[in-house]
Design a protein around this ligand. Sequence first.
Ligand SMILES: Nc1ncnc2c1ncn2[C@@H]1O[C@H](COP(=O)(O)OP(=O)(O)OP(=O)(O)O)[C@@H](O)[C@H]1O
Ligand SMILES: [Mg+2]
Length: 329
Amino acid sequence: MTPMAGPAIRVAAVSKRYGRTLALDGVGFTVPRNEIFALLGPNGAGKTTLMHILCTILAPDSGVAEVAGFDVARAPLEARSRLGIVFQEPSLDDRLTVRENLEIHGLVFGVPRSLRRQRITEMLAMVDLTDWADKPARALSSGMKRRLEIARALIHDSEIMLLDEPTAGLDAQSRARMWEYVRRLKAERQLTVLVTTHYIEEVEDADRVCIIDKGKVLAIDTPAALRRQQGEQMLVCTPRSESDRDAILERFADRIAHQRGGEIALRADEAFIESFLDQFGQRVRAISTETPSLETAFLSLTGRELRDRAADGREVTLAFGKRGGEHTR
Ligand SMILES: Nc1ncnc2c1ncn2[C@@H]1O[C@H](COP(=O)(O)OP(=O)(O)OP(=O)(O)O)[C@@H](O)[C@H]1O
Ligand SMILES: [Mg+2]
């Protein structure tokens, strides 16, 4: 398949409503070829809805989505044939062997028999599952199952991978490993990867990050640029009383990055930290400095933390900023 000129993915002013929920509200971005582009957003942000529009499962209410130059509404088959997709919900057949899962996918996409054999061997090696080829898929760990789904998405020689939360629910080690494969897709196969996640720390591995919340794009940039927008350092303090809080908020209105629980985070540098301690040292219970992280960028853009609901209904925070120099007073 000859790669076409132009971007891998182009989304312009895409909106999608489910009844009263506006799942996507004028989303737009362009992903050049051979880029790892991460869509980062909390539950319900609209990530899966966008993935489903790109892979032609859902039609947008308005706006345009293009895959490899093909409008998904006008040329869905051409768009589909360029895409490899790993859905948020696992979709392997547990009763079939690893190889059979790949075989069936190749058959569905009309990959000729000999080419199918060759690709299956190649892809199994790429995701380190060669030794598991004849085991039933149910015997694999969750991380291995995700890798098998990536291999499967590549059997029809796709140019663009859509990975919807490929690391959700995996342990830290399997998540890191998954990103190794994502980088390998880019480096060795020149693929474009659009990957969604709600783990902030892992988007450091992406070339660019699109922060999305409530169906809207809040920022698109490289991880480094997103961090830089937060300034060099952050001073996080807990005021002693309400009046101390009000005084700090009023005095440093232009430096407020975010408020979290009882804490106030202010954009800071060394000189600022010193003068803050002089003026307000007695009016805070605790003070610490924080190195800008993507989490602080996310917090100041969305005004809240990324949260996920565990299977038992507990709400768990999945991402934490890097915190250094804790000095409680
Ligand atoms: N089939 C549907 N019918 C009604 N509402 C839906 C449907 N699918 C999604 N929604 C709603 O649309 C919004 C966006 O959902 P979507 O699944 O795209 O978000 P997401 O970013 O993928 O979230 P998650 O991180 O939980 O996977 C949510 O408010 C969701 O409840
Ligand atoms: Mg989703």
